[in-house]
Structures are given as structure tokens and as C-alpha cells.
Design a protein around this ligand. Structure first.
Ligand code: ATP
Ligand code: PRP
Ligand code: MG
Length: 287
């Protein structure tokens, strides 16, 4: 049994889809650790940080209670836990929606019509609050998984569950009635962490990786006369870096571009007369 020190404590999902997402992110940010097979505790090498492996849905409560200082979890689970913690970072991964769903052939048309009905969900608090805003009071059948089968099992008239691709809904002949909200993986923290300075260092490190994932570095040459137009296409994070070339009629540009826009931006630059356009992957950055 490990003895917990006064090190900063970060909670990570011990299994499930967010487990790998958060572990990878820590490693990329240089927070190196080795988790023993099914171990629930690990030390970060060279830094006063302990990692605790927990259930994803317990992390908001444990951060709020101060058992851990920070944690990775879903923003849906933070809302459901209804606790006072602050979201330090949105990680841009684990994106999903929470939706009220009914059978494909249902004649229920609105949340209001769910008044008096039975709803199966792992999100009873968020569901009740949403229905309350729509003047509907429903009976919650609280479950922890396989929610999509509950209408067929006869325990519910509608369900509220997470939807990502929609394939689980389709496989169970369900359709979305209304969306309650959109969610993603987040890093949360309480307002009295054990080591506030280390919290900021961790956040800065993780930000470097999360921002880098979203951007590429683009380099290109452009006729000096077209530089102003090119800068409009690639304004950069702060502003582009401009250099001179031996050929005085040309300028060289280095600039960060959102990764999903790179192809489009390259085509626009080419039309402006840019040449030698290179995209480079950024794995980490400090801005
Ligand atoms: N398609 C999805 N279905 C469910 N959750 C998703 C999906 N995509 C992202 N998430 C996020 O993952 C969280 C669930 O993470 P968890 O680590 O418990 O993984 P899991 O794979 O659902 O595990 P479990 O086997 O316990 O169901 C959700 O609360 C949500 O924030
Ligand atoms: O829209 P989709 O891409 O089909 O994803 C949504 C499904 O994935 C999750 O289930 P999970 O795999 O976590 O199983 P669980 O019900 O056991 O939690 C979620 O609860 C939905 O059932
Ligand atoms: Mg699940």
C-alpha cells in the first residue's frame, strides 16, 4: 500500500476511453510515469506529483472534496456531479453530446411531452434540470450503462445518453428528440490545491501539447508585393515571422495555422503566388 505524500495529486481515469487519452497527454507533456499492471497509484518521475487512477465519474467529487487536487474527466460528468470545481483546460478530445432519445416510430415530439413518463439514464441530475426548464417532471430510472436497451426492456419510455457517432442509437432503432448539451474531456481543479505553483506548471505543460495538436507550422516564400494579402490568409497565433531572401523580390514567412485549415490555406497561398510551401507538425509549444 503506497503512502501518499503531500505531493500534488492528479486523478486519472483508471479504465475506459478517457484513460488512454489522459495518460498519453501527460507523457507528451513530459510528465513521465509508469503504471504497474492494474495499479491505482504512480509517481511522476522527477516532479513532486502523485497520480491516482480512479473511476472517471468519481473524479469531479474527489476533486471537490480535496482528496485529489486536479483530475481528468468528462465535462458531462462534472455537470452531473453538480460540484463546485473549476475547469482549467478543455482538451479538445472525447467530444460527445447528451441527448434525449425516443424510438424511431415514437410520436413524442418535444421534451414537454415527457411529463409523467419514465426516463432511463446515467445522468438523472442533468436530465431532471433540463426537463424542469421545459415544464416536464419525469420518473428517473438511474442506470450505469447499456441505457439504449431499456425501452425494449420495458423499463422506460425514453432515454438520455451520450451520443458520439450515433451508431448505438441506430442499432437500437432510436432517434434524437432533443440535445441537452455538448461535452468534452476536461482538466478540473479545486480552489485549494496542495501545491498551487506545481498546478500552474502542469497546466502550462499540458497547454503546450494541446495547442500544438491543433496547429501546424507553415513556411512559404511569397512575392513581396503579395505579402499583405498572404498575411490576411495566415495571420498566425500572434503574428507571422517574416524573413528576407537573397532574391529581394521575395519574402519568407513562418506562421502557425490551424491544422484542419492547412490544405485550404495552402491552396489560397498558391493562388497568391506563394512557392516552397511546407507544413511541419508541432509536437509541443510555448506561446
Ligand atoms: N461515445 C462516447 N460514449 C460515452 N462517453 C464518451 C463518448 N465519447 C466521449 N465520451 C466521454 O467519456 C466519458 C466516459 O469515460 P470513461 O472513462 O468512463 O469511459 P467508458 O469507455 O465509457 O467506460 P465504461 O466502460 O465505464 O463505460 C463520458 O463521460 C464522456 O465524457
Ligand atoms: O454514438 P456512439 O458512437 O454509438 O457512442 C455512444 C455510446 O457509447 C457509450 O457507451 P459505452 O461504450 O461507454 O458503453 P456503456 O453503455 O457500457 O457505458 C455511450 O453510453 C453510448 O451508448
Ligand atoms: Mg461508458
Amino acid at each position: 500500500m503506497p503512502v501518499l505524500s503531500n505531493n500534488l495529486r492528479i486523478g486519472l481515469p483508471s479504465k475506459g476511453r478517457l484513460s488512454e487519452i489522459s495518460g498519453e497527454l501527460l507523457l507528451q507533456a513530459g510528465l513521465n510515469f509508469r503504471r504497474q499492471n492494474r495499479g491505482l497509484f504512480a509517481k511522476v518521475s522527477g516532479l513532486p506529483i502523485d497520480l491516482i487512477f480512479l473511476r472517471t465519474d468519481d473524479i469531479p467529487t474527489l476533486v471537490h472534496e480535496g482528496a485529489i487536487d486536479m483530475g481528468f474527466t468528462g465535462s458531462d460528468l462534472v455537470e452531473e456531479a453538480n460540484v463546485d470545481v473549476s475547469t482549467r483546460m478543455r482538451l479538445g478530445v472525447g467530444k460527445c453530446r447528451l441527448a434525449i432519445c425516443v424510438p424511431d416510430d415514437s410520436d413524442i415530439r418535444s421534451a414537454r411531452q415527457l411529463d409523467g413518463k419514465r426516463i432511463a439514464t446515467s445522468f438523472p441530475n442533468v436530465t431532471k434540470a433540463y426537463l424542469g426548464q421545459h415544464n416536464a417532471l419525469a420518473h428517473m430510472v438511474a442506470l450505469s450503462g447499456s441505457v439504449e436497451v431499456m425501452i425494449q426492456l420495458g423499463v422506460a419510455d425514453a432515454i438520455v445518453d451520450l451520443v458520439e457517432t450515433g451508431s448505438t442509437l441506430a442499432a437500437n432503432r432510436l432517434k434524437i428528440l432533443e440535445e441537452i448539451g455538448s461535452y468534452e474531456t476536461v482538466l478540473i481543479q479545486n480552489d485549494r490545491p496542495r501545491d498551487p505553483e506545481m498546478v500552474e506548471r502542469v497546466v502550462r505543460r499540458l497547454e503546450g501539447v494541446v495547442i500544438a495538436r491543433d496547429y501546424s507550422l507553415l513556411e512559404y516564400n511569397i512575392p513581396a508585393a503579395k505579402l499583405v494579402d498572404a498575411e490576411k490568409v495566415t495571420p498566425g497565433f500572434n503574428s507571422p515571422t517574416i524573413g528576407t531572401l537573397e532574391d529581394d523580390s521575395l519574402r519568407s514567412v513562418r506562421v502557425m495555422v490551424r491544422r484542419k485549415e492547412v490544405i485550404d490555406v495552402m491552396e489560397k497561398l498558391e493562388r497568391l503566388g506563394a512557392s516552397a510551401i511546407f507544413q511541419t507538425t508541432i509536437s509541443n509549444c510555448r506561446l
